[in-house]
Design a protein around this ligand. Structure first.
Ligand code: SF4
Length: 423
């Protein structure tokens, strides 16, 4: 069950213990805070600012005032997710298109079936496990950005500091309560190392913590995330909106497959609040052999009800064949998550979404694979991750799923093909 338990009191106790004992010496050792993309466009609203106000710098400053030793950005984890998920998608496509699978980098996972579904929303993953277990082989094996972030902080970053995973207490600020459940999954606890993420607090809980401590977020001078795990691209931040994971993935997967950048980064067909959106991306004739002029068909479902509707259409052949499908459990995506501020403004989701896109537009780096800190993690730290989809990546950044259904018959035995053009 998705718990509604408020953990902000426990986080406050941890920070108090650390404050009394001195930097890095509390029961929990180092306190590290990581924050999801959608929180920076909503925490101001929780504290009385207009919906859609961007407070990234003030939010980081407030987290430092609370006493965190390091403040990192889940946008970095989102970029890492795209590197791994984009690689996984290309492996599945190459397999489906009858092309050679790369000898290196498959991490032993092999190529799963198409369509591939995103796995970064724990609400959707849980729905699959309980209601659509036949879809589990279709789910990307990538952990979510929150969990990838936790795994890297507690392995690579801990090692760099000469610490053990157990010396770090990682607090994640998220737009939803489903992330609490995700952090507690057995698959997210590494043997002998403990959980990737220790506490998850929602945007509203974070607001309560700041109110309790009389920290005036709106008037704080801006502060920057710590690096290298605080550097995220514009592609990372749009994970907060419905369609954002897909758009970010296309920016990288297209370039990896075509050997040249997407002509236009903004994929308008999959933006906005419509329940189901779809698009077709055609690889250029100049793409490497086997990839040239291939079509990549994608769909986005915003909300579990819309996902069910899309699955029905795919199952019965009343929808085109898709290669890659994004599902976010909350209508609008994470900007509309259950842990975000409550609002009576009918335009609140559009205002938060607009703020997310404006951060992307103003970002110097807008593609995950161009994030220098991500490149460094794979290249300069070759001894750590190696390459996307490599065996250590699989160990740290990928996961498995459990059939939790009680139904005796699968709902969706196969997806029918209907090779009509998308709209
Ligand atoms: Fe959480 Fe909703 Fe975002 Fe899924 S869509 S990760 S349930 S806020």
């Amino acid at each position: 069950a998705i718990t509604e338990r408020a953990e902000w009191r426990e986080v406050e106790d941890q920070l108090d213990a650390k404050r009394k004992a001195g930097r890095g010496a509390g029961r929990a050792g180092l306190m590290v805070c990581v924050t999801a993309p959608a929180v920076r466009v909503a925490i101001g609203e929780e504290l009385g600012l207009a919906p859609g106000t961007i407070t990234t710098g003030q939010m980081v400053a407030a987290q430092r005032q609370l006493g965190f030793d390091y403040v990192f950005d889940v946008n970095f984890g989102a970029d890492l997710t795209i590197m791994e998920e984009g690689t996984e998608l290309l492996q599945r496509l190459r397999h489906a298109w009858g092309l050679d699978l790369p000898a290196e980098g498959s991490g032993g996972a092999g190529a799963g079936p198409l369509p591939m579904f995103t796995s970064c929303c724990p609400g959707w993953v849980t729905a699959c496990e309980k209601s659509f277990p036949e879809l589990l082989p279709h789910l990307s094996t990538c952990k979510s950005p929150q969990q990838m972030m936790g795994a890297v902080v507690k392995s690579h970053f801990a090692a760099k500091l000469g610490k053990r995973a157990q010396d770090i207490c990682l607090v994640s600020v998220m737009p939803c309560t489903a992330k609490k459940y995700e952090a507690e999954r057995g698959e997210m606890v590494r043997e002998g190392e403990g959980p990737d993420v220790d506490y998850v607090i929602t945007t509203r809980e974070f607001g309560r913590l700041l109110r309790e401590r009389h920290i005036p977020l709106a008037s704080l001078p801006e502060s920057a995330f710590d690096n290298p795990l605080g550097e995220g691209s514009g592609a990372g931040v749009i994970f907060g909106n419905t369609g954002g994971v897909m758009e970010a993935a296309l920016r990288t997967a297209y370039e990896l497959a075509a050997g040249q950048p997407l002509p236009k980064l903004e994929e308008e067909a999959i933006r906005g609040l419509r329940g189901i959106k779809q698009a077709t991306v055609t690889l250029p004739p100049t793409a490497p052999a086997g990839m040239a002029s291939r079509q990549l068909r994608v769909a986005v479902a915003s909300g579990i009800g819309q996902a069910r509707h899309l699955l029905e259409r795919m199952h019965t052949g009343h929808s085109p064949h898709f290669d890659f499908v994004e599902v976010m459990a909350c209508p609008g995506g994470c900007v509309g998550g259950g842990g975000q501020p409550k609002s009576a403004d009918p335009l609140v989701l559009l205002k938060r979404m607009g703020a997310v896109y404006s951060i992307d537009e103003r970002s110097a780096i807008r593609k995950s694979h161009e994030n220098p800190s991500i490149q460094k993690l794979y290249k300069a730290c070759a001894e750590f991750l190696g390459e996307p989809g490599g065996s250590l990546s699989h160990q740290l950044l990928h996961t498995t799923y459990i059939n939790r259904s009680t139904a005796s018959q699968p709902t969706y035995t196969a997806f029918q093909r209907m090779d009509e053009p998308c709209n």
